[in-house]
Design a protein around this ligand. Structure first.
Ligand SMILES: Nc1ncnc2c1ncn2[C@@H]1O[C@H](COP(=O)(O)OP(=O)(O)OP(=O)(O)O)[C@@H](O)[C@H]1O
Ligand SMILES: [Mg+2]
Length: 285
């Protein structure tokens, strides 16, 4: 498997009165090039799982795999893995600590010991990938940016390590719909053109559902669904029970289908819905 887990269990504060089993017996795998989603209600274990995928947390039991090898505890190997698997934390801009956007993005490549000239190239490339003009943004203080721009800088800071896998924990949190659209456009670009494997956790299924291949659904630390988006998002009542609402346009397609109209329910965009409705019209004509 390219990236995944086998019977992964994680307990916070084991042996203490407040011990919390945050993940139980999770087994799944994603392939190279996937655009994968991890969804589940608040507290279901998404962030805990994500932190296992680049070796930040150690399993209480079970194993985590990357590139067909179990992630062990060898420090040198762990550093290599963290270079190859970039992780963008939940609300990453809260952890900005540099005076300029340039320094924020340069931090990781400088840490690799790269020459300043190469660091410069990495920062320029990373800003270009997230579509921020270096001339305008490199010298700014990170706090002089909009919420959406801050998020893009946080992603650029991870891209500066040139990872093969990009994992983002709730990347759309706190963004408006325009910010979410920009972000999903970027993630699609990175996945399709830069060939990055992208894994995100999210509550915003609309844009994400249309892009996703594999989907994991977590509830109370357990993996309750594991399949392809096209299958998972047809299971409306199960998702409903988990408090995971389908995109409104998908809801409408479900309702039309239940009313007896032969429409495809795996539709997540307005243009997809329009196409389905036009098909009905053509049948009638
Ligand atoms: N450092 C920690 N110490 C103890 N318990 C923790 C810790 N981090 C998380 N937990 C607990 O583990 C469970 C899973 O938390 P986690 O943050 O992985 O959920 P989540 O799905 O990411 O939630 P959200 O959608 O709110 O971000 C929760 O019950 C949480 O309270
Ligand atoms: Mg979380």
């Amino acid at each position: 498997m390219f990236i995944g887990t086998e019977k992964l269990t994680h307990t916070y504060m084991p042996g203490m009165p407040y011990a919390k089993e945050a993940l139980r017996n999770i087994t799944f795998s994603f392939e190279k090039g996937d655009f994968a989603l991890i969804i589940g209600p608040s507290g279901s274990g998404k962030s805990t799982l994500i932190q296992h995928l680049n070796g930040l947390l150690r399993p209480s039991s079970g194993r985590v795999f990357f590139d067909h090898e179990a992630i062990g505890s060898d420090k040198h190997k762990l550093l290599q893995i963290r270079r190859r698997i970039g992780l963008v934390f939940q609300m990453p801009e809260e952890q900005f600590f540099s005076e300029t956007v340039f320094d924020e993005i340069a931090f990781a490549p400088r840490n690799l010991g790269l020459e300043e000239r190469l660091v410069h190239d990495r920062v320029k490339d990373a800003l270009q990938k997230v579509d921020l003009d270096a001339e305008i943004f490199a010298g700014r203080h990170p706090f002089q940016l909009s919420a959406g721009q801050k998020r893009l800088v946080a992603i650029a800071a991870v891209l500066s390590l040139e990872p093969e896998v990009l994992i983002l924990d709730e990347p759309t949190a706190g963004l408006d719909s325009a910010g979410r659209r920009t972000l999903f456009k970027l993630l699609t670009y990175l996945n399709r053109n830069e060939r990055l494997t992208v894994i995100i956790s999210t509550h915003h299924l609309d844009e994400a559902a249309a892009l996703a291949g594999p989907v994991l659904v977590l509830k109370d630390g357990c993996l309750v669904m594991n399949g392809l988006a096209a299958d998972i998002f047809t299971r409306r009542s199960e998702l409903d029970e988990l408090g995971l609402a389908l995109p409104p346009v998908t809801e409408i397609m479900h309702n039309l289908f239940e009313a007896g109209l032969p429409v495809n329910i795996a539709v997540y965009s307005l243009s997809g819905a329009k196409e389905e409705i036009m098909k009905l019209k053509r049948r009638r004509d």
